[in-house]
Structure formats: C-alpha cells, structure tokens
Design a protein around this ligand. Structure first.
Ligand SMILES: *Cc1c(COP(=O)(O)O)cnc(C)c1O
Length: 436
C-alpha cells in the first residue's frame, strides 16, 4: 500500500518511507491510499475474538501488503502485552481503560508498535542509525522512550516543555539513559513541536542525521490506535443489553487528535459507531472549528489535563483529508465539548463520590462530554487515556485523599533525572544535533 501526503505535493511513499520520514517532504501528513473495510463475518464474530487476534486482522488490512504476516503478527502480539478492559462506570457510560501498559497511558500502544516496526525496517535494510525526535506534552515522551528503549539502531530525543509536565511523567523519560536523551526546552509544547518540525525541514540536519518522528503524525504510531476501538466495541457487545445492531457513541479526550482520527479510520473500516465526540480542555481549537467552520490555531494554554494542551492539533489535517475538507461532513460525524479546569475537577470529584471510579483529568473530559452528550436510549464509551496516578498531585487535591501509585510507576520514581537544557530557538537546537 502506498501513502500520500495531505498536502498532495509529495510523491507517494511506501510504508517504510512513510515510517522513516514521519512527515512528508511537503510538510503534509501521510495517509494510506485505501482504508479497507473489514468483512461482515469479522463483525459477526468480533465479540469472541481475543484482543491480539482482533488487532492482527486490523493490522493485516493496513500493513499486510508491506510486512510479512508472521513478522507483523509478532509485532502486534508483542505490542499488546497488556489488556484494555471496558468497565462500566455509570448507567450507559463505559470506560475503555487504556492505562494498563508499561507507562500507564494509551500512547503505549502506538509507541510500542512503531518501535517494533521501525526496528524491523532497520534490520531488514541493514542501515545505520535512525534518530527519532519526539515532542511531548507529557505522555508521548514516556510511551515513546519506553517503547524504543534498547531498540538496536535507534536513538531517541524527547523534547519537553520545562515545568509543564508532572514529576511522574518527567521521570518516565528522563531516567532511562541508554539510547534515550531528554531535552528540556524553555518554552511550551508548541515550541517543542515547532523545533521538531523545523529540524525535519532543515537540509543540513537531514544530510547529517536520519531523522524521524514518533509523534502521532507518524503512520506507525497513529494507525495501530485503531485496534482498540474494535476491542471496545466487542466488549461492549458482550456486556450491554442494547439490541443487536445498536452502536455506541464514542468519546475521545483529544489534544493532537491522533487518537480520535484512528477511531474515524476504524469507523471507515465498518466499525459500528453512532457518532464521535471530541472532548477538549480549554485548548478548544477543534470545538471552535465545529461551531464556526473556521480553523484558528492559537498558542496553547496550560490546564490540568496537560497532555491535551495543544493549540495547533497536527492530525486536523488528516481529519480534513478524510472528509474531503467538508465542515458539514465532519460536523455530522463528530461533535465537540470543551471544559475548564474547574469543570474537569468537578467531574473527577463527582464521579469518584457517586460511582467510586477514579478518573484522570483527561478521562474526566471524556466522561463529562458523554454524560452531557448522550441522548435518551444511547450508550457511550469514553477512552480513559491515562491512569489517575500519573496526575497524582492534581487528583489528590481534587478528591482529598491519597492516590496510590502502581508498582510500574513506582519503579520510575527511583531513577535520577538527566536532561539537556535547551532554549526554544532553533539555532541552538540545530547546533546541538549537529554535534551529536
Ligand atoms: C496524548 C494524550 C491525549 C490526547 O491524545 P491525542 O491523540 O493527542 O488527541 C489525551 N489524554 C492523554 C492522557 C494523553 O496522553
């Protein structure tokens, strides 16, 4: 399968080229040429398939032409070494718990898959070192760093905004060492993302280093996220009393919009979804786009759901492309919601008090958007994108009691932080990379 750029001014790329490049030469995002619908029989039996088998079927549809099946299935099984359970929180509202992976956030799925696929391409090519640049507002850095840790032939640079990620998040990518370098930028997430984008566009750097991105712009990170939408639906079918043929509303706490875009792909493959809701914090460029049909990126504002503090969501280009630039078509499939920190905190507290379910601030946006957006008779699934302990201080302040840290997270807290300090101007970042 070939991949085209959303800007339509770059030649078609192979999967390998798209994965190694990250961004297309014309600065567009790669899109698969075709989205293959899955056969009826797959959906008829979906509620009996284990997660990994289901994911292999979805992976075949995207990558089957380009990766030998045995390798691909090994990559999928290795990626999904943890469960993704669907848990009922309140009447009609279900949580897809995406926080059972190594860094306790949904990004583990895409990051682990991408690391393994890139590793496969590098081995097959026998080529030299590839350098992964990744900008993070918190969880990407930890998922990517842990996904790539120790993978032969790959060096990872994690750029993050100083003082704007939680201590636990920071520990997860600054304590690893080996092939992982953390770069602490004096700026915002958008500044980090801009540095990464500029590095890709820089001819000197491209000539000297083989650079790729592990942000959700990379097809190998973004597409595998479709896996768990199928699994969510399968579990819902098993657990719900809704009639056969019913479809859930799916609500995704969104920042860069990679996660929800993978859900839109799943729907194109035939997954029954009544409609999508994109839940935003105050960084609600997409919400405003739905209202006004105007897309106006703006600088991000810090919130307590910091992994969604994105002022210019990269994957918006993919959504536009998927819907042929039609605002009406987008607004017909996706509705939006936007919440202040106060509303997010109120939701965490209320759901804890009423249902004894502890949300993280991102999942809280998802829960609230569903509870406000469901119509009579509808049921919905929200993606609980991270474990509440990743935002321990915030969540403890809200619920007024201690939140225990799972053993997986405890282990990271032991390590000593190591980072390279960087200003947000490109010249110094470039000089640093040229010296590597
Ligand atoms: C990254 C992240 C998000 C936003 O996901 P996008 O794919 O960027 O929209 C939401 N919640 C958490 C916990 C995250 O880490």
């Amino acid at each position: 399968m070939k991949y085209y750029s959303t800007n339509h001014s770059s030649p078609l790329a192979t999967l390998q080229e798209a994965v190694v490049r990250g961004l297309a030469p014309d600065k567009g995002l790669y899109m698969p040429e075709r989205i293959q619908p899955l056969p009826r029989e797959f959906f008829d039996t979906i509620d009996r398939l284990p997660l990994a088998d289901m994911a292999c079927r979805v992976a075949d549809a995207f990558f089957g032409e380009d990766v030998p099946q045995e390798t691909l299935h090994d990559i999928v099984r290795d990626t999904l070494s943890f469960d993704i359970p669907l848990v009922r929180v309140s009447p009609g509202i279900w949580s897809l718990e995406l926080f059972h992976g190594p860094t306790l956030a949904f990004k583990d799925v895409g990051a682990r898959f991408m690391a393994r696929l890139l590793g496969h391409f590098i081995r097959r090519q026998g080529a030299g070192q590839v350098n992964v640049l990744v900008a993070t507002s918190g969880d990407t850095g930890s998922a990517v760093a842990n996904g790539f840790l120790g993978v032969e032939g790959i060096r990872v640079y994690v750029l993050y905004p100083r003082g704007k990620v939680s201590e636990i998040q920071e520990k997860q990518f600054t304590t690893l060492g080996r092939n992982i370098t953390a770069i602490e930028v004096d700026g915002t997430f958008d500044d980090c993302q801009a540095l990464v984008k500029d590095a890709f566009m820089d001819a000197d750097l491209q000539a000297r280093l083989r650079l790729t991105s592990a942000n959700s712009i990379n097809v190998a990170r973004f597409l595998p996220q479709a896996f768990y939408y199928f699994y969510a639906y399968a579990q819902w079918r098993r657990q719900t009393s809704q009639p056969a043929g019913a479809a859930p509303v799916v609500c995704v706490p969104s920042g860069n919009f990679g996660n929800i875009t993978a859900g839109l792909f799943a729907a194109r493959m035939g997954l029954p979804v009544r409609r999508f809701i994109a839940a935003n914090n105050r960084n609600d460029v997409f919400y405003q786009y739905l209202r006004t049909a105007l897309y106006q990126p703006r600088p991000s504002t810090p919130t307590i759901a910091n992994a969604m503090d994105v002022g210019a969501p990269s994957n918006f280009a993919r959504i536009l492309d998927l819907y042929g630039d039609s605002h009406d078509a987008i607004a017909a499939d996706i509705s939006g919601a936007t919440y202040t920190d106060q509303q997010i905190a109120d939701t965490v507290r209320a759901v804890w008090q009423e249902h004894r379910y502890l949300l993280d601030p991102h999942g809280a946006c998802g829960y609230r958007a569903l509870s406000e957006g469901l119509r009579p008779g509808e049921e919905g699934i929200f993606l609980e994108t991270a474990h509440p302990a990743k935002f321990k201080d915030t969540v403890e302040r809200i619920v007024g009691q201690p939140v225990s840290i799972p053993a997986k997270l405890q282990a990271f807290m032991q390590g000593a932080k190591q980072s390279v300090e960087m200003s947000r101007d490109f010249a110094s970042f470039k000089a640093y990379l040229m010296g590597q």
